[in-house]
Design a protein around this ligand. Structure first.
Ligand SMILES: Nc1ncnc2c1ncn2[C@@H]1O[C@H](COP(=O)(O)OP(=O)(O)OP(=O)(O)O)[C@@H](O)[C@H]1O
Ligand SMILES: [Mg+2]
Length: 194
């Protein structure tokens, strides 16, 4: 598994602070029971950078993202996010610290509407007006979702469900957005995409 830095949008590149990594992973080991999936992963992400994890099926890309999100606990290693080691911190506390993930499996709620799924992504925000502002931003980026505002999420197409999973992750206004196998690129409109 390799990490490559993708070309940076100009506005992000100009905001970078190269000396302070936003995220630094050191010697990360993760196991599923007796099966070890990660054998010492090192990774660094600077503020404003877009990083792609490249690797074969089973290389450990999703495992790495799930561990950063707090869904898996490492057996060894550190995940330094904005100066703090968050390895082993619970997933809800990690969302509160500004990390959100759009998972490979999407995990949308199929019997709830597009709008309801999005609002759940902002569950930490207690101000209705702020939640509505964020929904409007997501609809600005994904007009397909706006058109399907009241549609049950389980009836969306696969790509539309992927957009919803990404939109829901954006609803927490994360500082660090983790996208596992996004297929949305052709469909993100407005405000320069993501
Ligand atoms: N819940 C699990 N229980 C046991 N082993 C698992 C589990 N999830 C993943 N693994 C194993 O961990 C390894 C890494 O899997 P992971 O899903 O991180 O790979 P990946 O790089 O995301 O692959 P893909 O490109 O197919 O999505 C694989 O060998 C996989 O079989
Ligand atoms: Mg995967």
């Amino acid at each position: 598994m390799n990490a490559i830095v993708l070309p940076q949008p100009d506005d992000l590149a100009s905001n970078r602070t190269p000396t302070t990594p936003m995220l630094e992973i050191r010697n990360l080991h993760v196991s599923y029971g007796k099966t070890q999936a990660l054998h010492g992963v090192d990774l660094m992400v600077q503020q404003g950078e877009v990083i792609a994890l490249i690797g074969a099926n089973g290389a450990g890309k999703s495992t790495t993202l799930r561990t950063i999100s707090g869904l898996l606990k490492p057996t060894q290693g550190q995940i330094i996010y904005q100066g703090n080691n968050i390895a082993g911190v619970s997933a809800d506390r990690i969302v509160a610290q500004g990390i959100a993930q759009s998972p490979e499996e999407r995990h949308i709620w199929p019997t709830m509407t597009v709008y309801e799924n999005l609002t759940l992504g902002a569950y930490l925000c207690k101000k209705d007006a702020e939640v509505e502002r964020r929904v409007a931003l997501v609809y600005d980026r994904f007009s397909r979702l706006k058109e399907r505002h009241r549609q049950l999420a389980g009836t969306l197409s696969g790509g539309e469900q992927q957009m919803l999973a990404i939109g829901r992750a954006l609803m927490s206004e994360p500082s660090l957005l983790l996208l596992d196998e996004p297929v949305w690129a052709e469909s993100a409109h407005g405000r320069g995409g993501l």
